[in-house]
Design a protein around this ligand. Structure first.
Ligand code: ZN
Length: 193
């Protein structure tokens, strides 16, 4: 069985604010007993993470409460391109004109012409924190971070909470995290390796 993850990404936080907000959320998770304060080797992609706490069920729906999470929470507080791992970005929608552009074929191969400008912009965003992509439909230059990805395949941000091998979170839990992030917009990236 592969490993899967759920990541709640803060789309609005500045690099400056990220560590403070991360601390606030982890503190709340620890007080609730959802994760432990200590950090151990319990996550992928980072050396250390917070293992599940005794009340981890509070984050998931009652019908999943017998499916123990078997790994922990990795917190990212630097500029990161979060993606869903396996599969590919199916499509992306322009926030200006609403037109959706397909990025993968029916065989799940990337469509090179459509994908290239986004791939280039992601590299630029990773380097500098800013990038634009011209919409193939309306020709407007749109910030990379403003595009809407099918199934939240990608999210770009400076703060992410990545939970490894947990049952699916409830909308209420995700909303609570968003509240703790000063009501920032969040993305919910789900994927597996
Ligand atoms: Zn457009």
């Amino acid at each position: 069985m592969g490993d899967h993850f759920q990541t709640i990404v803060d789309l609005d936080t500045s690099p400056h604010e990220a560590p403070r907000l991360a601390e606030r959320v982890v503190e709340w998770l620890v007080v609730e007993g959802i994760v432990l304060a200590e950090r151990t080797d319990c996550v992928l992609g980072q050396p250390l993470g917070h293992p599940p706490g005794r009340n981890w069920q509070r984050a998931v729906s009652p019908e999943d409460a017998d499916r123990d999470p078997w790994d922990g929470l990795a917190v990212y507080t630097r500029r990161t391109v979060f993606d869903s791992g396996q599969g590919g970005p199916e499509a992306v929608s322009c926030p200006r004109c609403g037109v959706t552009t397909r990025l993968t074929s029916d065989e799940w191969d990337l469509i090179d012409d459509a994908w290239a400008p986004f791939s280039k912009a992601m590299d630029a965003w990773h380097e500098t924190g800013a990038a634009q992509v011209d919409c193939p439909a309306c020709a407007e230059s749109v910030p990379l971070t403003a595009w809407t990805w099918t199934d939240d395949y990608f999210a770009f941000g400076h703060l992410g909470f990545e939970f490894w091998n947990w049952p699916e979170f409830t909308p209420a839990f995700r909303a609570r995290i968003s509240e703790l992030l000063d009501g920032h917009r969040t993305a919910y990236v789900w994927g597996k390796l």
